[in-house]
Design a protein around this ligand. Structure first.
Ligand code: ARG
Length: 450
């Protein structure tokens, strides 16, 4: 039908084997399931199925051993495996593609690959959660300043900080799990776009491949990449969480903060400044999130305005998603030991807890309990903070006279609630940093993550 051979430049332009070779295992699995179904439906014989299965497993082994040369003229992994099979089996190999198109084949392979990848990333996220949780006991009595607007706000226990990240990554894991449900739908049998006239059994292939559902609409599923976009989104959010954490710990490891010493095996030195210990791993974690976020954008733009059903544009869906998984996994693998091994500078933190009036809000709430309206209490404590700032002291250092000068109702008994230790113990609300609340949450996570 073609009047001429294709231009040589199209080969290099159109190949996807350089990246979709990653799908070889999924392609073999899906082809075996498809062939088994063809045999059950008497579209091929049982003997032919056995030859095909045997051939495919051999080809898989060859690929694993690096014995299959990848060639641009065979375009993609699907053609490589099929032509290797035909080379072995001749006409029997030519039957594998019965009732199938590369359109539903690539969709199926990609879903199988993403399903495994989601599970792997979920495992890494769980390890990272455990790393944060593992610090909670040893750091239990450390009080840290919590910040809003990067200004000192209120005191919290260090494990309250650690569990904050456990919560964020838990939401990411729930998102992964939810996304997995939509990944786990079988499109095999949609063929090119409209289904097939041959008597296939889609339930059977779906079941063998562990899919939970069979796609209801052949046009939809063969054009659908929502599952890839959703995965890219969840990964972008994970990368964002990692980036925020990295930024925080970069700050915390500066001389200015001096909250943390990072494990040196994840830092680098400077060729000119001998004293430097640079937090490169954290900086790269922050930096690489840009690419992961960009990959989501790439995919969103890729599918925008594509007419139904399969279009070759969709071949471009794989590099961004492969990159997002690889990048996020690499960040997670390094985040885990950094979290486990970073050293809290307890003394340096404690020495400066009196700075920044972390107990001001507790004092205000104490005045509320004494019957002073919130707005008035806020104003009064603001006045006291101003006085203390002018004198260069803590709230607890204000004299009885100074307290009284702000308002008649204020006296020396207020000192009973001042200081960060008392402030932390004064919290009452669910989810607060009161030691009992934090203890409760630690135990809850222990049970959940074991
Ligand atoms: N290499 C293609 C891809 O990855 C395979 C599907 C090609 N289908 C087609 N009708 N040309 O999307």
């Amino acid at each position: 039908m073609f009047a001429s051979e294709s231009d040589k430049r199209l080969e290099a332009f159109g190949e996807s084997i350089s990246f979709d070779h990653r799908l070889y295992h999924q392609d073999v699995r899906a082809s075996i399931a498809h062939a088994r179904m063809l045999a059950r439906q008497s579209l091929i014989t049982q003997e032919e199925f056995q030859q095909i299965e045997h051939g495919l497993l051999e080809i898989e082994r060859e690929i694993e051993q690096g014995k299959m040369p990848f060639r641009a003229e065979l375009e993609d992994i699907h053609m490589h495996i099929e032509s290797a099979l035909i080379q072995r089996l001749g006409d029997v190999g030519r039957k594998l593609h019965t009732a199938r198109s590369r359109n539903d084949q690539v969709n199926t392979d990609f879903r199988l690959w993403i399903r495994d990848a989601l599970d792997h990333t979920d495992g890494l996220l769980k390890e990272l959660q455990k790393a944060f949780l593992s610090r909670c006991e040893a750091d239990f009595d450390v009080i840290l300043p919590a910040y809003t607007h990067l200004q000192r706000a209120q005191p919290v226990l260090a494990p309250h900080y650690w569990l904050c990240y456990v919560e964020k990554f838990q939401r990411d894991r729930l998102r992964l799990a939810d996304c997995r449900r939509r990944v786990n739908v079988c499109g095999l049998g949609a063929a090119a776009c409209a289904g097939t006239t041959l008597p296939i059994d889609r339930e059977q292939t779906a079941l063998e491949l562990g899919f939970e559902e069979v796609a209801r609409n052949s046009l939809d599923v063969s054009s659908d990449r929502d599952f890839a976009l959703e995965s890219a989104f969840v990964l972008a959010l994970v990368a964002g969480h990692l980036s925020g954490w990295a930024e925080e710990w970069i700050l915390w490891s500066t001389v200015e903060y001096n909250f943390l010493k990072l494990p040196h095996q994840f830092c680098t030195g400077s060729s000119i400044m001998p004293q430097k210990v640079n937090p490169d791993t954290l900086e790269l974690t922050r930096g690489k999130s840009a690419r992961v976020i960009g990959n989501l954008q790439t995919l969103l733009v890729l599918v925008k305005g594509l007419p139904l059903a399969y279009n070759r544009d969709l071949q471009e869906d794989k590099p961004p998603l492969f990159d997002s998984f690889e990048t996020v996994n690499a960040c997670l693998e390094l985040a885990i030991p950094i979290v486990e091994q970073a050293h809290l500078q307890r003394q340096a933190i404690a020495n400066r807890l009196d700075q920044g009036y972390l107990d001001a809000t507790t004092l205000m709430e104490h005045l509320i309990v004494r019957g002073i309206p919130q707005r008035t209490a806020h104003h009064l404590v603001g006045t006291l903070v101003g006085m203390a700032q002018a004198a260069g002291t803590r709230l607890a250092d204000l004299t009885d006279e100074q307290l009284k000068s702000a308002d008649d109702r204020l006296d020396g008994s207020l000192r009973d609630v001042l200081g960060v230790e008392k402030a932390v113990k004064a919290y009452r609300s669910y989810g607060s940093s009161h030691p009992d609340q934090v203890r409760f949450q630690i135990n809850r996570w222990r049970e959940q993550l074991q």
